[in-house]
Design a protein around this ligand. Structure first.
Ligand code: AMP
Length: 193
């Protein structure tokens, strides 16, 4: 099985490009953000607890997202692999993911990192707020917090995966989705070879 990680700051296009990659390579796209939003929509206890953290732009506890990911690894059948979007987001999650995969005799295949500037993050999220209506896209304070959270807690993963020789970066600042998608798909082809 393949285990790809779609990595990058909020608004980099992880979910958007994951859709194209999933289809082409028969992968299961797992977005921890979407799984959490589904829990919020259901009104579950987990969702209720997660909502207060998400609305502030903070991360939910590692154990919560790791549990959701492991459940999906156990349940989903008939795919060539998984495409993780928005997970891992902390060094703890990255180490735990390695352990979860090792138990299954598997490992991370590659990390596809979508790089955009903080300025572009703000522009993209402002644009998305009008389209998707996500509560955590609507407040400037929450967006700034998510950017800060990305730099302090998530960015260190770049070195972690570079050290494993699994890190691949795409400059995802092209003006259109199509141009950025073409770069991501070209990178996937070199990795899959
Ligand atoms: P996303 O849809 O990936 O932008 O995620 C939306 C929000 O869900 C994030 O700002 C976090 O509050 C929470 N979240 C998503 N994935 C994770 C994760 N791997 N670890 C902790 N919190 C997460």
């Amino acid at each position: 099985m393949k285990y790809y990680i779609m990595f990058g700051p909020p608004g980099a296009g992880k979910g958007t490009h994951a859709a194209a990659v999933r289809e082409k390579y028969n992968l299961c796209h797992l977005s921890t953000g979407e799984l959490l939003r589904a829990e919020i929509a259901k009104g579950s206890e987990l969702g209720l607890h997660a909502k207060s953290l998400i609305d502030k732009g903070s991360l939910v506890p590692d154990s919560v997202v790791e549990g959701m990911i492991e459940n999906q690894f156990n349940e989903v059948k008939g795919v060539a692999g998984f495409l993780l979007d928005g997970f891992p987001r902390t060094l703890g999650q990255a180490r735990d993911l390695d352990a979860i995969l090792a138990k299954r005799g598997e490992e991370v295949t590659a990390v596809i990192s979508l790089m955009i500037s903080d300025e572009t993050v703000k522009q993209r999220i402002a644009h998305r707020a009008a389209i998707e209506g996500r509560a955590d896209d609507a407040s400037e304070e929450t967006i700034n917090n998510r950017i800060k959270t990305y730099h302090t807690q998530t960015e260190p993963l770049i070195e972690y995966y570079k050290a494993q020789g699994k890190y691949h970066e795409v400059q995802a600042e092209e003006p259109t989705i199509e141009q950025n998608r073409a770069k991501v798909l070209a990178l996937m082809e070199t990795i899959e070879k």
